[in-house]
Design a protein around this ligand. Sequence first.
Ligand code: PAD
Ligand code: ZN
Ligand code: ZN
Length: 375
Amino acid sequence: MSTAGKVIKCKAAVLWETKKPFSIEDIEVAPPKAHEVRIKMVATGVCRSDDHAISGSITTPLPVVLGHEGAGIVESIGEGVTSVKPGDKVIPLFSPQCGKCRICKHPESNFCMKNDLANPRGTLLDGTTRFTCKGKPIHNFTSTSTFSQYTVVDEMAVVKIDATSPLDKVCIIGCGFSTGYGSAVKVAKVTPGSTCAVFGLGGVGLSVIIGCKTAGAARIIAVDINKDKFAKAKELGATECINPLDYSKPIHEVIQEMTDGGVDFSFEVIGRLDTMMSSLLSSHASCGVSVVVGVPPNSQSLSVNPLLLLLGRTWKGAIFGGFKSKDSVPKLVADFMANKFPLEPLITHVLPFEKINEAFELLRSGKSIRTVLTF
Ligand code: PAD
Ligand code: ZN
Ligand code: ZN
């Protein structure tokens, strides 16, 4: 029996308070309004950015349904939706592409001005949410909210993908893979024969390594304080792995000595101010490009001597690997289907959705790269 036009009762992981576990709740998901899409989730990855929202390091209105790295099937569409239809396989887009704003029209930039990341309202575009639980409205997260059996998103925050693609794998194209890969190939524009350093070997950092290798980097130096991450980094293309805890001097000095003054491209993929500075200093003072990928803790700043940039070094950052999401996600899925890069090595655990708290424990303890939750 069709559920279109009706309220759907289903399970979702609700975060009522920061620093607390999720509660699996029965929620109601209202039908999509005009220009909105209701999606039956099939799989969702667990990203450190969700954990930043749990810890309060990213501020977002509560109570909330988190999750932003999912894939699913369109259940129904609101009036005026033209780019997807019921039955389509789709990926929700935490960094949307409205196609109309100044940034969407800019040839290089990708951070659409309709995003709900910079100053989160925790709602859809119309300022309301389609989720309720125990009579209370529950907020959205980053235009997506994938930790629910059903979610509603704005049309600008969802895109159709290849009907034959495996949703339990391509879900990580919704954030971690694309963010890391794009940071290398699109934001840094890693060049053949170059030397790179990647700080942080989680799902995003390892995807940076895949991008550096694809771009033809000759040396890829992987940096992490958890040596258990090194084997996978090497499997994906790291040529050297170093642990800052093994050295008495600062790690940027070690990297400068290893690379005749600094790498061509460095990436911070952890989300800490001290490692952002180490990454910057590891890039060559005159020709280096350093990219901030990790999300820094809320309202914290770095003090930087402008001389660090004056000699020619470039310091930049990007959300979602600099990709315009609606344009790029279907192409990335097609590239995965054409074996241009692997996703399987990044997915170390698959768990049923109800075990979401366990998935976050695996991430926090450093035991998982990506856990994919299946519905
Ligand atoms: P993760 O927690 O799986 O990986 C982080 C890695 O950093 C782990 O392997 C840690 O052992 C390592 N680490 C921690 N502290 C240090 C340290 N002091 N020195 C060296 N290594 C250390 O996270 P992830 O890969 O899911 O995400 C990484 C960051 O990227 C995180 O801050 C997340 O919020 C951010 C992110 N940004 C975007 C974006 O669009 N810019 C998208 C997705 C994730
Ligand atoms: Zn993410
Ligand atoms: Zn836009």
